[in-house]
Write a protein that binds this ligand. Sequence first.
Ligand code: MEV
Length: 318
Amino acid sequence: MTTASAPGKIILFGEHAVVSGVAALGGAIDLRAKVTLQDLPGKVLIETEDLALSGFSMDLITGQLMSSDAVHATRYVSAALREFEIRDISVKIESDIPPAAGLGSSAAIVVATVTAINEHLGLGLSRKEIASTAYHIEKRVQNGLGSQMDTALATFGGYCRVTREVQPIDLPQLDLIVGCTKMSHDTFSEVEKVQRLKECYPDVVEPIFQAIGAISERAVPLIREQEMSRLGELMNLNHGLLEALGVCTRELSELVYAARNVGSALGAKLTGAGGGGCIIALPQTGPREALMAALRQARGSAFAVKTGCEGVRLESDS
Ligand code: MEV
């Protein structure tokens, strides 16, 4: 039996603008997806557990009932099994990363699967090879859409700065609160919408991208020096620019304003592609209950995360 686990991620700054090559900053979080492989002669079985389930579908041939999140997760695992031509195996997926929320759950599942396969079959892949194989698998399943940031953070952990390429960057841990709209989103259509705006109004949208890139660059020393109130201001500025790009929704705005006004957050912004998904809020030091309660009152779910966490690892209890 071989088990590997990999972290989810949040984008701290720079989403959408990064598509045009300006800097973005992301961090691995302390929510993980775990994949366990076990030999099972004559079968290929994929089981899911502990996914935040929503919606159901039924396999009319076997009569088996599955959640759409489970179906989603199994697509990534079966693509990884096909990549390595693996049969006679059972795969168990457990994850505490909310799926389809922009928190890197599919990248974490793919990276954990490739790492477990690498160990189980003794393939000797390096971490760099694991990250790039996982990136290509994720991109294939998502019909050509995939972010190198997600698979890099799931593999190496910590933080990375992304422009046209992904560079690891050494920064201290941050404590953040995630507020989730519980509405899934379509990254492809949000990216397309912003890119169309850029084509129509390059003289307006390109300066917005440049400003977002400048925010990502300015954030790095502030995180290093733990200048939290200024970091919060940059989050608010970045959120305003994402609003201007049209990727914010009423539900995301309500969470952002609840975090800032009722929850006294130092700053709050949407994270990821927008159109649904999550926001991140930077809490004041001290208890975070008021901030979490404010997000729940605004009809979101709320949980605390740490950033800059460990990348993929083999689990020793296997
Ligand atoms: C989506 O998680 C982040 C975007 O910037 C798209 C991308 O970087 O591929 C919106």
